[in-house]
Design a protein around this ligand. Structure first.
Ligand code: HEC
Length: 304
């Protein structure tokens, strides 16, 4: 009911402006949302590229160590000695990545997360345990996605680490078989007698911070929405005044004059005024012709 009465009381101007404003808000929300999703998609792709670059570097470093350096180092080091800084590929990678995340790529996180680690900070947290479990059951070669860590959003990229053979088992399965130096340095916690060749027990985890990208996407969407809203308001004001000056006021004037004529006042005065332009002027001319005919008819009647 209230809506009906409101619709009746509102004039052309108000109705038109309301309709345009509603359309404008709808379009702006669409544009803002679209801009946000689009730039988030871009950020995801960018984060994935960054993670892939790190992954490629780690992979190449590891391959080089295994193929070129390890045989030489093992030949040089006495048989019953073990220096993780020289002889453990994962140990070397971990030490380099610790430096990278501390000094060069702050906010990034790299981890060789293991269910049973030698180096305690490598212990897989709940999220990483879940990833390793998925690698075990789903047999994926990689998993990617978004995760929140310590209240901050990250894009993660992960790959499974498999117990490749007897070499790995020697240092990860049974303390009795491991080098004495390893036990002295790391203790006996990082072993599991149930490990066998082919087991997936760990994962490379690369975390790329998404916080700055999300902030940038939000700012971009807000600027588009705010700028668009300002321009819409400005445009609607121009339309409002245009309708007021060119249509509503001339029509009201024409209506008032027509009413005068209908009660026989100011019959000889033209209905047209300088304010009436375009179609309103055409309408005024037609009604004015009606007025002239009426005046002529009245005169003829008087003469008869
Ligand atoms: C000579 C002993 C030795 C061999 C062989 C060895 N590792 Fe390790 N591994 C270590 C030590 C020591 C560390 C801890 C390095 C550090 O300080 O971060 C380690 C760390 C790891 C980690 C990180 C989690 C953790 O335990 O801290 C993974 C994953 C891992 N090794 C997998 C493997 C795989 C797979 C192989 C076989 C391809 C292998 N290792 C062979 C000694 C060994």
């Amino acid at each position: 009911m209230a809506f009906k009465t409101l619709r009746k009381t509102l004039g052309i101007r108000a109705k038109f402006i309301t309709a345009m404003a509603l359309l404008g808000i709808l379009a702006l929300v669409g544009i803002g949302y679209g801009a946000y999703t689009f730039s988030m998609q871009n950020s995801m792709r960018e984060a994935d590229t960054k993670a892939k670059i790190m992954e490629a570097y780690v992979k190449a470093g590891r391959a080089y160590f295994m193929k070129e350096q390890r045989p030489l180092v093992n030949a040089l080091v006495e048989a019953d000695r073990f220096y993780p800084e020289l002889q453990s590929g994962f140990g070397i990678t971990r030490r380099i990545l610790d430096q990278v995340q501390e000094k060069s790529l702050q906010g990034f996180m790299f981890k060789q997360a293991s269910l049973v680690p030698h180096h305690p900070p490598n212990k897989a947290d709940l999220f990483e345990q879940n990833i390793i479990k998925r690698f075990q059951t789903e047999k994926n070669s990689e998993l990617t996605g978004v995760v929140e860590k310590e209240g901050k959003p990250f894009y993660y990229r992960s790959r499974p680490i498999t117990m490749a053979g007897e070499g790995c088992l020697q240092c990860h399965k049974d303390p009795a078989e491991a080098p004495k130096d390893l036990l002295e340095l790391y203790g006996t916690d990082g072993f599991d007698k149930n490990f066998k060749s082919g087991d997936i027990f760990a994962a490379y985890m690369i975390y790329v911070p998404l916080g700055p990208a999300i902030e940038a996407a939000k700012t971009q969407a807000a600027i588009l929405f705010g700028g668009g809203a300002l321009m819409t308001i400005f445009g609607l004001l121009i339309i409002y005044f245009f309708l007021d000056i060119r249509i509503v006021k001339p029509l009201m004037e024409l209506s008032a004059r027509t009413q005068e004529v209908s009660v026989g006042r100011n019959l000889d005065k033209s209905l047209l005024s300088g304010k009436m332009k375009d179609e309103v002027e055409t309408l005024a001319r037609s009604i004015d012709r009606l007025r002239i005919s009426l005046v002529k008819m009245l005169k003829r009647r008087k003469n008869d």
